[in-house]
Design a protein around this ligand. Sequence first.
Ligand SMILES: Cc1cc2nc3c(=O)[nH]c(=O)nc-3n(C[C@H](O)[C@H](O)[C@H](O)COP(=O)(O)OP(=O)(O)OC[C@H]3O[C@@H](n4cnc5c(N)ncnc54)[C@H](O)[C@@H]3O)c2cc1C
Length: 409
Amino acid sequence: MDVYYLMISDLVIIGGGASGFMGAITATGSGLRSVVILEGSSKVLEKVRISGGGRCNLTNSCCEISNLVNNYPRGEKQLIGLFNRFSTTEAIEWFQNKGVTLKVEKDGRVFPCSDSSEDVIKCLTDFAKKSGVKVFANSHVKQIDIIKQGFKLLVKGNKSFEAKNILICTGGHPSGRRLAKSLGHSIIQPVPSLFSFATSEKSLRTCSGITLDVQIKLTVNKKKYAENGSILITHKGFSGPVILKLSAFSARYLHANKYKGKLKINWLCMNEDEVRLKLDLYKLDNGKKSVFNNKPFNNLPRSLWKALLSSLNIDSQLKWADFSKSSKECLVKSLTMNNYLINSRGPYGEEFVTAGGVSLNEINFKTMESKICKGLFFAGEVLDIDGITGGFNFQHCWTSGWVAGKSVV
Ligand SMILES: Cc1cc2nc3c(=O)[nH]c(=O)nc-3n(C[C@H](O)[C@H](O)[C@H](O)COP(=O)(O)OP(=O)(O)OC[C@H]3O[C@@H](n4cnc5c(N)ncnc54)[C@H](O)[C@@H]3O)c2cc1C
């Protein structure tokens, strides 16, 4: 038997994630009476729960908008106006005012002081409840029809809801994009972003677990990307913030090129001449010492030094006095422009997000309302907006959810 919820809601939000809850709390806080969240799964805010390794990196301390938007490979331009209204500072205040005490880590990432995502979930669910938001779990929206008063939503289990306005906040889930398409929106092809790189080369297998700051260049087909930052050597290839950042900015090109590319790593962040000079001076003072066991670069981990020497087939018994000019030149190249072929996308992204989604040209970024269908709003990852790691993905969810919640009113 079909179950109809007879009252027409002012706003039905599809998706009980970060952007959906922010949209709901903001809308009721601004005076909207009947706000409903329909969540397809059995639990709301599941991604908040698992985010940041269970700690929830909910935003970043970067507050200069011109710098902040540089952390978004897609959506950079559209976010300028949105961040002028609700940015990282406002998000931090919003949570602190609601009792979630926050801390900023050295790299600018913002976490709850408790290091527990449960605090963020409790804040959002408590405030939604207090504001009178009705949350229905296990309510996957299958279809949206336009009716005279607004929209009729058909929900799995033969339930249906009517709403004057709807806000689609379905994250990277394909069903949200399908619903948007059914209402006339174009979808930019979704591809993964924020992933590690796998290589079949085995020379660094002994270095798995090492983290260090590097300068790195990625070439995909003819397109080049360069970044500086911290890399993590894994047993399958490379990860860490700098790799995730490269993966985000090259997400589309890597996808189009079947995740094949070339990495050039400068392990020392020094130029060739500086490295050459250091090697020459070290050789002068340490002629009798073993090359494998004595290195001129304090910051370079020992196992990486040995792996690079082994990959050049340098004799493990060699003394610095016998270190030839040709070996030195090969080592200089290895230390400053070490090449690796990427042959696939690694399975472990720190934060896996979807690049692509509802086309940004079809959204009014003053309100988050569709330019195609009146009363239809979008927020969060369902849009073709995504950020790098560091709390930037949640930030655009808080921002777009907040603007949508204000605008429906
Ligand atoms: C492992 C992991 C860790 C992460 N860590 C961080 C981090 O620390 N910091 C950060 O900034 N970002 C992080 N992210 C990214 C961040 O989680 C997302 O960007 C964010 O959750 C997107 O929020 P959203 O509200 O748009 O969508 P979601 O949080 O994905 O919520 C969408 C909701 O909609 C529901 N839904 C989908 N379709 C339907 C439907 N048809 N009907 C009803 N409900 C539906 C889904 O079940 C889901 O609950 C992480 C991501 C992952 C995967």
